[in-house]
Design a protein around this ligand. Structure first.
Ligand code: KIV
Ligand code: NA
Length: 263
């Protein structure tokens, strides 16, 4: 049976951890689907891992549509989330709808966008028109030029309060789930306590409903710098299938992430 936003809500309510991985093509989608990964994220991280660019900013709508089509052809049960790339949704709710509709028509069930409370109107506009939204807060890579690099967010009390307020506003606008990226674990726990929708962490500790990693990171094939939150699941394992299954098992058991992967 296809994983839906309702499936994720039930898992969250029952305290069953959700596993998510990024995915960019049909063969890996098939493999991850078979391994029981609940959500495949066609991330704009493809700008880094597929295209060797320095950031996600150059990724285009056409590229996201192409990879979303590839992934949806390989996935039978997993939910597919498509990332809205930089420049495809920030201008207006109308622009966001036109872009999101392309990802939905490419086969995604949900779209993801970066930003806090100021994106609430856009989230509401999409949800009212039939498009479920995954929000993304904390280290939002499309803001790399504002942040001055890829840095942990929410470190001051004021910044932490803002993240809590962002999550509350996104939930009120109808977001189905929220990704927290690179947020200190105690701050992530505060955010999770303030909302009822599922949260997915990457570098955000264990007080979330599930985890996500970039597939190239968890398979140890990304040649760039390895972030603190990354674990190479190929270590000690003989196949990609085994590594992906181990990721799903460790997320379910709550043994990944360990303290060493958190901020
Ligand atoms: O593009 C991506 O891979 C992402 C995840 C890191 C959450 O947005
Ligand atoms: Na992304």
């Amino acid at each position: 049976m296809r994983v839906t936003v309702e499936t994720l809500r039930i898992m969250h309510r029952e305290g069953r951890k959700i596993s998510m991985l990024t995915c960019y093509d049909a063969s890996f989608a098939h493999l991850m689907d078979e391994a029981g990964v609940e959500v495949l994220l066609v991330g704009d991280s493809l700008g880094m891992v597929m295209q060797n660019r320095g950031s996600t900013l150059p990724v285009t709508m056409d590229e996201m549509v192409y990879h979303t089509e590839c992934v949806t052809r390989g996935a039978k049960q997993a939910m597919v989330i498509g990332d809205l790339p930089f420049g495809s949704y920030q201008e207006s709710p109308q622009q966001a709808f036109a872009s999101a509709a392309r990802l939905i028509q490419a086969g995604a069930q949900v779209v993801k966008l970066e930003g806090g409370a100021f994106m609430a109107d856009t989230v509401r506009f999409l949800v009212e028109r039939g498009i479920p939204v995954c929000a993304h807060i904390g280290l939002t890579p499309q803001y790399v030029n504002i942040f001055g690099g890829f840095k942990v967010q929410g470190k001051t009390d004021e910044a932490a309060d803002r993240l809590v307020a962002d999550a509350v506003a996104l939930e009120a606008a109808g977001a189905s789930l929220i990704v927290y990226e690179c947020i200190p674990a105690p701050v992530a726990a505060r955010i999770s306590a303030a909302i009822d929708i599922p949260s997915i962490g990457i570098g955000a500790g264990r007080d979330v409903s599930g985890q996500v990693l970039v597939m190239h990171d968890m398979l140890g094939v990304y040649p760039g710098k390895k972030a603190r939150f990354v674990k190479n699941f190929m270590e000690g394992r003989g196949s990609i299938q085994e590594a992906v299954k181990a990721y799903v098992d460790e997320v379910r058991a709550g043994t990944f992430p360990a303290d060493e992967h958190a901020f």
